[in-house]
Design a protein around this ligand. Structure first.
Ligand SMILES: [Zn+2]
Ligand SMILES: [Zn+2]
Length: 407
């Protein structure tokens, strides 16, 4: 009964059916607020008869005191939004809005006055109703989670702002060039502005895996910028071979989304420095997966050393295989990493070839293992290490990642 009293009080206000219905939006679902408002007027007239005389169904207000007949403009808003979204490629969208703050204040006051806890804010009804109309016009789906595109309507000025969600492409890359870093490396001296040291490029390296993949992608989708999220990284001078390293490329503000990824792969692979494979569109969540997964890696290491007997070499490898390394932060990265000891396991360790002054090893180890330091020992900062066990100094000549153990 209490609800009926509230309806009676609400009916004393000059409201349109949308605004009346929206006050009771939490009661009964499967109908629009407008239908709810209409029904409430009818139900009220029917249920509130006393004696013989039938009550006339109260009419919708000529002009709504709450919204100022904003809902008459739904078709126009939908038209404006659709027009503005035209020219962008998207599968799903979301309509948002900025409403006159005075309307929102009036609405909240009414909720308090009528002591209501069943209402819905006007903004969500506008968004939903315009969304339905845009859906019909564009034949695209509304997505409340991660829409490709958002149209934000300012209902005061009949203007629409477009927000584009980034595009995410998953793939794996191989790197064949020992002079290419994974990501753009800004010149520290000029901070990217361009100076003598960087020959005016603002970068320490001419190109990067990020740019080789991101450049063609950016151009294809007419985006603004790109960022590579890699599953770990290899040293600049290490090749990345085998099944490639998983990555997600994020492209900001893409105008296009319908991509021929096979064609794009071909274009990127023409660089010959980098090869991409298995590219597919993905979702933002994949970045977390990429960043949190710490897979084992298998390396092929070419080690320069004095002549060593095969039998002794094999024996040392047998001892080191499966051991846990204690690696104090290497000298070469000590300027940017805190000094501490990391424990990492060497899971597999095999001799591929041994010549007079060179050995080739393959080793599988946990993510984050300092492989070079395991080989040369880093002045004893890595224990145990190959050099000390063999009793000869060892130098890493080449280091390649030949497998990332993922998935
Ligand atoms: Zn209204
Ligand atoms: Zn510079």
């Amino acid at each position: 009964m209490e609800a009926l009293v509230k309806v009676e009080k609400a009916l004393e206000e000059d409201l349109c059916d949308h605004c009346l219905g929206r006050l009771f939006a939490q009661l009964g679902h499967g109908i629009t607020n407008r239908e709810r408002g209409k029904s409430l007027r009818i139900a009220y007239a029917m249920l509130n008869t006393h004696g013989e005389e039938r009550k006339k169904v109260p009419k919708e207000a000529e002009t709504c005191d709450l919204c100022g007949d904003l809902f008459d403009e739904l078709d126009k808003f939908a038209e404006l939004a659709s027009e503005k979204m035209d020219g962008f490629e998207f599968q799903d969208f979301l309509v948002g809005s900025r409403i006159d703050p005075e309307i929102e204040e009036r609405e909240e006051r009414l909720w308090t006055d009528l002591n209501l806890n069943t209402a819905e804010p006007i903004k969500s009804e506008i968004n939903r109703e315009v969304g339905k109309r845009v859906q019909k016009k564009t034949e695209k789906e509304v997505d409340l989670g991660y829409p490709d595109i958002k149209a934000i309507i300012d209902t005061r000025f009949d203007s629409v702002d477009i927000e584009l969600s980034p595009l995410f492409v998953y793939g794996r890359y191989k790197k064949f060039d020992r002079g290419v870093p994974q990501t753009r490396w800004v010149c520290r001296r000029c901070r990217g502005k361009g100076c003598e040291r960087c020959h005016g490029t603002g970068k320490l390296y001419q190109t990067s895996v990020e740019e080789i993949i991101g450049g063609p992608l950016l151009e294809t989708v007419s985006g603004e910028d790109f960022k590579l999220h890699g599953m770990g990284r290899e040293d600049i001078d290490a090749k990345m071979l085998g099944n490639g390293r998983p990555f997600v490329m994020e492209v900001k503000d893409p105008v296009k989304r319908d991509l021929d990824l096979k064609e794009l792969e071909k274009e990127i692979n023409e660089s010959e420095k980098v090869e991409v494979l298995s590219m597919e569109l993905t979702e933002k969540e994949k970045i977390q997966d990429i960043k949190q997964t710490r897979p084992d890696k298998t390396y092929r290491v070419t080690v320069g050393l004095e002549k060593t007997k095969r039998a002794k070499f094999k024996k040392v490898l047998d001892e080191l295989r499966g051991s846990e390394l204690s690696q104090r932060t290497p000298l070469r990265v000590s300027h940017r990493r805190s000094d501490r000891v990391r424990k990492r396991r060497v899971k597999e360790l095999d001799l591929v070839s041994l010549d007079d002054d060179e050995a080739v090893l393959e080793m599988r180890c946990e993510a984050g293992t300092y492989v070079k330091e395991f080989i040369h020992g880093d002045d004893g900062r890595t224990q145990p290490n190959l050099s000390e066990e063999l009793g000869v100094s060892c130098k890493v000549e080449k280091l390649d990642v030949i497998k990332v153990h993922y998935p």
